[in-house]
Design a protein around this ligand. Structure first.
Ligand code: ADP
Length: 547
């Protein structure tokens, strides 16, 4: 038997974050671009005040206990208030990705059994279709002022600002067990139905603490942070929690995620740190280049959700901005690894640094990872051998919501579905998602490596590599390219571009040019859709006949 420590057993609760921000950084700002085009500006003190008014409003509407309360909303101060009010009162904040197909959204809202749903006016049409399909929802709350309310015959439609205005902030956050569920987010469900990941207050707090560390997102009270990653995608990578925990100024972009809008916001609000998927940073770069602009305050960008190419990191270098690679999953809250240097790396040559920084990084305390072969045998950490990546830790899923009788774990480890290498220093590099890896003659080819090379070509805007069927090799790599506007590059030039950069048998067999590539609801390349679009594709033989 071990004896208990004699320390206070104060629960780790999400309400404690906004309370801390109010008490210690009460005048620090939260700035939002709202869907109606206006800019909203207030402080953590006011955010805390309104979160308590909102909690009272929800209680007055009859919400309670472990009710799921959905959101279909952009990153704004109102969504921030919902995060804190709903989890803070002990209910579950269920962020829904509005970019999913309506049938998926209906499935998700019904599977979660959402009691109330908050939505931005942008999604009014979508909600009209959802109302008859989701009879369990007792109230739909529009994130707007009274005079912006849509003309609708729906009886249980409420105005957000009116609900808040009717309440005082005389509300004390309840205290309960830190293992209580706090929020819910469904994976995109590229295969089968979306699956719900149910976070707890404890997992959220531990994750947020680890995510702030200098070798993680490195956020402090001196920062001004811009989560471009949506609050409906894996908790906006914890930034709404990290901002309150640190007292950093928070800038929320609303629906304006194009390069020009982001540039203006970054400059006007003096943003120092921003986070998002590679396609977002690609559009910011295109805007900077087209308009010959500079960035005056931005220091760091976090990129994750999909692999970031070295060429993108180098272009941001020339703007004085560090593009930091990270990897994670909805199932991991989402942070798994971040590419932070170690002391011994400070003296590396540029080539060595580049080799290191394209990796997805190493784990913060709290995440453990390993790679295994097809028989589950652990593989060496030599940076060369790749295998299935497994993880475990206190902010990693143990069961999916409402599938508690089936465990996704293998001997206590969560299989990520990614294939990766891990080097002797603990840096992990994703080879591919296991379903995207190209299987050529029994060997594996990394589509990510081939895409990274293609986008380094000056005429290429975006590229994807998929395995297309081949009678002899089973699959061979096919490069699909979007050219930059006004640029010309031929199939043969692109294939020649690979010479000397990868093993000969890795070089794509053919190139298809397209006007645009399909993306998923979270802004990643959708290889599934691309494979469907190109399912009739056949490689030509040397004389041009299809094989
Ligand atoms: P979805 O893509 O299904 O919307 P997630 O955001 O949870 O949901 O996706 C997690 C997956 O995204 C990972 O398993 C991995 O395949 C991919 N991913 C995330 N970050 C990176 C990265 N930096 N490089 C390569 N792949 C990444």
């Amino acid at each position: 038997m071990h004896s208990s420590g004699l320390m206070m057993n104060r629960p780790l609760l999400i309400s404690g974050l906004v309370q801390h921000a109010d008490e210690n950084h009460g005048d620090s700002e939260i700035v939002s671009r709202l869907p109606n085009g206006s800019t909203h500006r207030y402080t953590y003190h006011e955010a805390h005040h309104r979160s308590r008014q909102l909690a009272r409003a929800l209680l007055a509407l009859g919400a309670n206990g472990d009710d799921r309360i959905g959101t279909l909303a952009w990153n704004t101060h109102r969504h921030f208030e919902i995060y804190y009010a709903v989890s803070g009162m002990g209910a579950i904040c269920h962020t829904i990705n509005p970019r999913l197909f309506p049938e998926q959204i209906t499935y998700i809202a019904n599977h979660a059994d959402d009691r109330f749903v908050f939505f931005d006016l942008t999604f009014a049409k979508l909600v009209e279709a959802l109302i008859p399909a989701c009879p369990g929802v007792k109230g739909w709350i529009v994130l707007c002022n009274r005079d912006e309310m849509p003309d609708s015959a729906t009886p249980n439609l409420y105005c957000y600002e009116e609900l808040i205005a009717a309440q005082s902030a005389d509300y004390k956050w309840p205290e309960f067990d830190e293992n209580t569920a706090s929020s819910l987010c469904y994976t995109s469900g590229t295969t089968g139905n979306p699956k719900g990941v149910l976070y707890s207050h404890r997992s959220t707090l531990l994750h947020a603490l680890a995510a702030c560390l200098p070798d993680s997102l490195n956020v402090s009270a001196c920062d001004c942070i811009l989560p471009v990653v949506p609050m409906f995608h894996a908790n906006a990578w914890a930034l709404p929690y990290i901002s309150a925990l640190t007292g950093a100024k928070l800038v929320l972009p609303g629906p304006y995620l194009d390069g020009a809008s982001l540039y203006t916001l970054i400059e006007e609000e003096s943003v120092t740190f921003a986070a998002g998927v590679p396609t977002i940073w690609l559009s910011l770069l295109q805007h900077l280049q087209a308009e010959k602009l500079r960035l005056s305050t931005l220091q760091r960008l976090m990129v994750g959700g999909a692999a970031a190419p070295l060429s993108m990191m180098q272009t941001f270098d020339s703007y004085g901005v560090a593009l930091i690679h990270a990897w994670g999953m909805t199932e991991m809250s989402p942070l798994g690894t971040i590419n932070a240097k170690k002391r011994k790396h400070l003296t590396l040559t540029d080539d060595e640094k580049n080799h290191l920084r394209i990796k997805q990084g190493r784990t913060p305390y709290g995440v453990q990872m390993k790679i295994v072969d097809a028989n589950g045998q652990e593989l060496p950490h030599d940076g060369k051998v790749f295998g299935d990546l497994l993880v475990r830790g206190p902010w990693i899923v143990s069961h999916y919501f409402r599938s508690e009788n089936v465990s996704p774990l293998i001997d206590g480890w969560f299989p990520t579905g990614d294939v990766a290498t891990i080097d002797a220093d603990g840096y992990m590099q994703i080879t591919d998602r296991s379903k995207d890896v190209i299987k050529s003659g029994g060997e594996w080819i990394s589509s990510i490596d081939l895409e990274n090379i293609a986008v380094a070509h000056p005429a290429v805007a975006e590229a994807a590599v998929i395995g297309a069927p081949h009678p002899k090799w089973d699959e061979r790599p096919l490069l699909v390219v979007v050219r930059k506007p006004g640029q010309k590059v031929s199939r043969d030039e692109l294939i020649a571009f690979y010479l000397g950069k990868v093993a000969k048998w890795w070089i794509p067999d053919d190139v298809v040019f397209v006007d645009e590539l399909p993306h998923t609801a979270t802004g990643k390349l959708s290889k599934l859709t691309l494979r469907q679009r190109l399912r009739e594709y056949r490689f030509p033989d040397v004389s041009g006949n299809l094989i």
